[in-house]
Design a protein around this ligand. Sequence first.
Ligand code: HEC
Ligand code: HEC
Ligand code: HEC
Ligand code: HEC
Ligand code: HEC
Length: 188
Amino acid sequence: MRRDFYSKALILFAVVVFIIACTPRSSYKSLSVFFDGVPNPDVIDSIARADSLSKIAMTKDAPARDRVRTEYVFHPPYVDKECASCHDQGQMGKLLEPMPGLCYQCHEDFADQFEVLHGPVGGGFCTECHNPHLTKDKHLLVRTGQDLCLGCHNTNDVFSNEVHEDIEDADCTECHNPHGGDDRFIFN
Ligand code: HEC
Ligand code: HEC
Ligand code: HEC
Ligand code: HEC
Ligand code: HEC
């Protein structure tokens, strides 16, 4: 009886050790040292879900398809499974080239449209604001309203400036362009 208990405990212990040793997170860490852009396992989970959603979005099952299509905004090259237009298929999900060049394969270069670029646009941090695959919000935005901007700009600094005193909950993009403008204040 007691012996039975110990052997069960031993098996359980071995299983736990095995799981810990093989958890994708640890292999992610070691691979990341070698390959820039190795998929983050936490995000793979959400991508896997997203992928099943994109499958549904492409099925002939009209009710399910319509539900997914109205709930999510898909980036066309993602839902069309053109993964290879952004990812090097040979190398662990590595990106073909860094942003913003990656995006300017298909989109007009903002440097050709504006005198001054917004900091993260010039720096190629497109994914600070856009998800390259899909979102629940329009324009593939990762956050909405003022939250989109106040993730980087300090709320107190912004609201202590008298020009912002009366904006209340107006979108910052009512006055500022998110990508660039004629001068440093990137007005629309
Ligand atoms: C328009 C370009 C583009 C397309 C098309 C695209 N991806 Fe991505 N993908 C990205 C970028 C950019 C990242 C990195 C996101 C980041 O670092 O913020 C990424 C990240 C990932 C990751 C790593 C997890 C993460 O978000 O960091 C996986 C996995 C992935 N993509 C799978 C796919 C699959 C599968 C497809 C096709 C169905 C696909 N991608 C199509 C641009 C794209
Ligand atoms: C393989 C071509 C391709 C690449 C590469 C690509 N896009 Fe797109 N993207 C499209 C197409 C097609 C559309 C839909 C038509 C349009 O709005 O221009 C689109 C639309 C968008 C939209 C508008 C969505 C909306 O609903 O208003 C955003 C934002 C966007 N892409 C961001 C990006 C970012 C960020 C990257 C780089 C990580 C990128 N795209 C790379 C093809 C591409
Ligand atoms: C600070 C946040 C932010 C960053 C960074 C950003 N965008 Fe956007 N982007 C937006 C917002 C907000 C919109 C919606 C604009 C609107 O309301 O018309 C948008 C719209 C778009 C659109 C569709 C409409 C248009 O204006 O052409 C594309 C394409 C796009 N972004 C691509 C990019 C690319 C490529 C990058 C990186 C070089 C990038 N964005 C960086 C916030 C951002
Ligand atoms: C990913 C971080 C990030 C996000 C998100 C972001 N910004 Fe910025 N923003 C910057 C950086 C970096 C600069 C350049 C800072 C500098 O030059 O001092 C900047 C500069 C600016 C400037 C010019 C400030 C100056 O003094 O010249 C304005 C205006 C601005 N952002 C508005 C916005 C608005 C509006 C949004 C939301 C649509 C937004 N930002 C979202 C990082 C961000
Ligand atoms: C009603 C129009 C309007 C709205 C809405 C607005 N701004 Fe501004 N913003 C301005 C004006 C005007 C200036 C000052 C330009 C100058 O000093 O000449 C400014 C300046 C800035 C600056 C640079 C000066 C500073 O305070 O650091 C930043 C950053 C900025 N805005 C961010 C934001 C953010 C973030 C939001 C949303 C929470 C926002 N703005 C909403 C009109 C607006």
